[in-house]
Design a protein around this ligand. Structure first.
Ligand code: SAM
Length: 234
């Protein structure tokens, strides 16, 4: 129900503004000391980023395309997309700490002046405005349970015109991952759960909304699992 959704979102937001922010800021960088598990997750996430950027480059002229990066984190996808010359990149995240970090990284990338094609904002992906050639939602659904999926996918579909790139943690690895959830959400933030999703549930829900998968790839390292799908509008 609604109350559940609000509570979950509040947990996720708090997590990514505090202990989760520090943890993921380090994992999503290449010059910070991290432990072996985090190194493995960093390597897996980089494979996800590389795969998505390659798919996008193989699928048409980026300079004609606008992107919405829903749950952008530190900008791991938004910044390279802007560098590739995307017409427009709107990067947004529910965590203000993440958005601030993404902005700082973008400033560093362009020597102080973030190009006008790249904008950042703090907000829930469920309140996204506008319409975009491509909507990205990468490693975000893991924070939400199956009963929240439909409403989240509605929000993404609402702003997507042509293409969506979505990733999720596949349920097939349930038991493996369960044992490792402590590594995903350590310490006091254990309350923040990792949810796994069946590929069929995600693809069926998207099919009902008029989207079909044209590419899929499972990125899998020891501690990181992410099933990436590229979808096109029917
Ligand atoms: N997509 C980025 C990437 O792959 O590098 C970041 C992934 S990180 C594991 C998940 C991000 O989703 C966090 O930055 C978190 O704040 C954000 N997030 C979670 N729920 C969200 C929501 N409802 N709306 C927007 N962002 C959300």
């Amino acid at each position: 129900g609604l109350r559940m959704t609000v509570d979950d979102k509040q947990l996720v937001t708090n997590y990514f503004n505090t202990v989760g922010f520090e943890r993921w800021r380090k994992i999503y960088s290449d010059n910070e000391q991290v432990n072996r598990v985090q190194q493995d997750i960093r390597r897996g996430h980089q494979q996800t980023v590389d795969t998505i950027l390659r798919w996008i480059e193989e699928d048409g002229d980026v300079t004609q395309q606008s992107f919405c990066d829903a749950g952008c984190g530190v900008g791991s996808l938004s910044i390279p997309l802007a560098k590739l010359g995307a017409r427009e990149v709107v990067a947004s995240d529910i965590s203000h700490a993440m958005v601030k970090e993404a902005q700082e990284r973008a400033k560093k990338e362009w020597g102080g002046n973030i190009p006008s094609c790249l904008t950042f904002n703090v907000g829930d992906l469920q309140h996204l405005q506008g319409s975009f050639h491509t909507v990205l939602c990468v490693d975000v659904l893991i924070h939400y349970s199956d009963d929240q999926l439909g409403s989240l996918l509605d929000s993404l579909c609402r702003v997507a015109n042509n293409r969506m790139i979505i990733s999720f943690a596949p349920k097939t690895f349930y038991y493996t991952l369960l044992k490792r959830i402590g590594d995903f959400f350590p310490g006091p933030s254990k309350a923040t759960r990792a949810y796994l999703h069946r590929e069929k549930d995600i693809l069926d829900a998207l099919q009902q909304r008029g989207w079909h998968a044209t590419r899929k790839h499972l990125v899998k390292t020891r501690f990181y699992f992410s099933h990436i799908v590229l979808l096109k509008k029917d």
